[in-house]
Design a protein around this ligand. Structure first.
Ligand code: ADP
Ligand code: MG
Length: 240
């Protein structure tokens, strides 16, 4: 029941993505337009309509800001880092949200090699995964984060919840833009994770059982391995 999100399958073209975004933005805009027209007609302001318009505007905002994480050319700096303090920062950032939802976050770290990473992007990945874990446990539970070495060449990070799980037929859809089961979801979180992990030459695996929980495992190459790969890529480009 494990699903490896493959680069070729999941990296959508900009065109497909843009079409999806346009579609997602058009729906809330249609609602707002309807109410605005109605209010212009009656010259009366209905507070219920105003509330709905504001919530649709919030939704547009959320979709556009998640989309911008992908589209915005950011200053990307890959540096040699220990993943563990980065995870600690994310955990403390989400501490109050976890607490609010009765979720206990635990961490267990082994000795691991350094990785070559863009710290902000790594944080974004774990923010998205931990949020998904919290959202999967509506009546609370525990969320375990583990870090272990993979031989001497890599680091594995697992985020495991005791939540509602994912039906098997949905596993292949994970990471598709706009695939969401949540009323207020954007369906962009896992795609962002996948993109970032891919750009770090890593892999992302998801295994899940309905009503038992979900485990997301990320494997990243150790810094010395990444450096070799970068050198090889440089060599490849210079040959061409
Ligand atoms: P969003 O959280 O906005 O819905 P994501 O891309 O983060 O978008 O997740 C897509 C979908 O994958 C979710 O709507 C949910 O159905 C499923 N999913 C992701 N993570 C989990 C998890 N830990 N437990 C259960 N379902 C999950
Ligand atoms: Mg999410």
């Amino acid at each position: 029941m494990e699903e490896l999100l493959r680069r070729s399958e999941k990296l959508t073209t900009v065109g497909q993505l843009a079409a999806g975004v346009a579609h997602e933005i058009r729906n809330p805009l249609t609602t707002i337009k309807g109410f605005v027209q109605l209010q212009a007609h009656t010259l009366k302001v209905n507070p219920k309509h105003t509330t709905m318009m504001l919530s649709e505007l919030d939704r547009i905002n959320l979709i556009v800001s998640e989309f911008l994480i992908l589209a915005k050319p950011q200053a990307v700096r890959f540096l040699e880092k220990d993943i563990r303090p980065i995870l600690d920062e994310v955990v403390s950032l989400l501490n109050s949200e976890a607490h609010l939802h009765n979720v206990q976050v635990t961490t267990a770290y082994g000795a691991v090699p350094m990785i070559l990473c863009e710290e902000n992007q790594m944080k974004q990945v774990f923010i998205n995964l931990i949020k998904n874990g919290i959202e999967a446990m509506p009546s609370g539970g525990s969320l375990q984060i583990k870090v272990n070495a993979v031989n001497e060449d890599g680091v594995s990070i697992t985020v495991k919840d005791q939540g509602i799980g994912i039906p098997q037929e949905n596993l292949p859809k994970l990471g598709d833009p706009f695939f969401t089961n949540k009323e207020n979801g954007t369906g962009l979180g896992l795609m962002v994770c996948h993109r970032i992990i891919d750009s770090h030459h890593g892999n992302l695996f998801i295994s899940s059982e309905v009503n038992v929980g979900t485990e997301v495992k990320i494997v990243l190459p150790a810094a010395h391995v990444s450096k070799e790969k970068i050198e090889q890529e440089k060599g490849y480009i210079s040959i061409r």
